[in-house]
Ligand binder design. Structure first.
Ligand SMILES: Cc1cc2nc3c(=O)[nH]c(=O)nc-3n(C[C@H](O)[C@H](O)[C@H](O)COP(=O)(O)O)c2cc1C
Length: 212
């Protein structure tokens, strides 16, 4: 019979696999988080990026604590977020090559390109570049969450975002907007009135095998 320790390890592996599968269902945009390593532009491909606050404008990125980027950003207190469009898929590939140097000199805007607007390297032809100063960093598991105050935005605002879904890059293709803007107040009121408060998530039995 398997020991309690083995059962716990098997359970943890099952949850981790399920977690990977579940997160594969979450379609995200793709950004390159930029910084300087040895004084040169460096970029890491990241999907864990979202806006945090509007006033003041804050954004977060979550980086593996093992990455050169996380070390450099911790030291410099700055990072850039270049939002990648589908034409920049090769930049995304370059910035995610495991164990490879990620010097992105060839991909970033040069002097005279408006790069002077940005304290952090800005990927040329990115849909937008957001220049950030770290206001908080939080260690979470094997990652570090950097919360950045937005210092500057260089926008190109193209409309062909690069999308990551099911461990592959996608283009939005002929997307259909399913709705625009917030739900009217009356609808929210009726939903709140009619709908019971969510219950705590039910425990999933097979996640608790053999604990007694
Ligand atoms: C689409 C995509 C999204 C990624 N998102 C993240 C992320 O949010 N945070 C992170 O630390 N690594 C992320 N990675 C992994 C890194 O890009 C990179 O592959 C990993 O850090 C290995 O590179 P290294 O050996 O230079 O550290 C992502 C990779 C891909 C392809």
């Amino acid at each position: 019979m398997a020991s309690h320790g083995h059962q716990q390890a098997a359970l943890a592996a099952e949850v981790a696999a399920g977690f990977r599968e579940a997160m594969g269902r979450l379609a995200t945009g793709v950004v390159m988080v930029t910084c300087h390593v040895d004084g040169k532009p460096w970029g890491l491909t990241v999907s864990a990026c979202c806006s945090v606050s509007v006033a003041p404008p804050l954004i977060l990125v979550s980086l593996s604590e093992q990455t050169a980027s996380a070390h450099a950003i911790t030291v410099d207190g700055r990072f850039g977020v270049s939002i990648l469009g589908e034409e920049l898929i090769e930049v995304a590939r370059f910035g995610s090559a495991k164990g490879q140097p990620k010097f992105v000199d060839d991909f970033v805007r040069g002097d005279g390109d408006g790069a002077g607007d940005s304290a952090t390297p800005a990927v040329a032809r990115a849909l937008a570049h957001i220049d950030c100063a770290v206001v908080q960093s939080v260690r979470a598991g094997d990652h570090v969450i950097f919360i950045g105050s937005v210092a500057n935005v260089i926008a190109h605002l193209g409309d062909r975002p690069l999308v990551y879904y099911d461990r592959a890059y996608h283009s939005l293709g002929a997307s259909t907007a399913l709705g625009v803007g917030p739900v009217p107040d009356e609808t929210v009121d009726s939903l709140l009135y009619d709908y019971p408060m969510p219950r705590a998530f039910a425990r999933v039995d097979h996640h608790f095998v053999g604990s007694e």
